[in-house]
Design a protein. Sequence first.
Length: 156
Amino acid sequence: MSRASRRREGRGGSSRGPGTMNKAPIWIMSGSVLAGLLVVALLAGPGGGDDMGHHPMPRIDAHAMHVMPAARYASSPGVADVYERASEIPAVLDGIYCYCFCHDTFGHYSLLDCFMNDHGAGCDICLQEAILAYEMTSQGASVDDIRQEVDRRYRT
């Protein structure tokens, strides 16, 4: 008598008794994996992830009082100018993701948050994104157009 026969006999003679696993055919497991990958691809959306989903929706209450006064940076005229511009377009900045990754580091919601304190003053990426947003807004660009240009320049 073989070992397998003896084991079956010790379990009551059945190879599929209680407590034994029913192994699914490989095609069922493969189909499950494929279905999972399909769900992930559909959730990622069209365009391979370039759907600008990382940009925040502007908040209703985004306004100039959320921007630190430009006078605070009088000793740095270039920085003061950007803070002044930021105070003119708070709703636009609030809809733009900041590529200095302050969202991850400081919990910032949007580029506007960079100008609520001194963070923007010391960050070239924040300053450059805000200048770009101001210039494009002045030329009549939409927030989506600005987002696309910010992504083009800063997304790696």
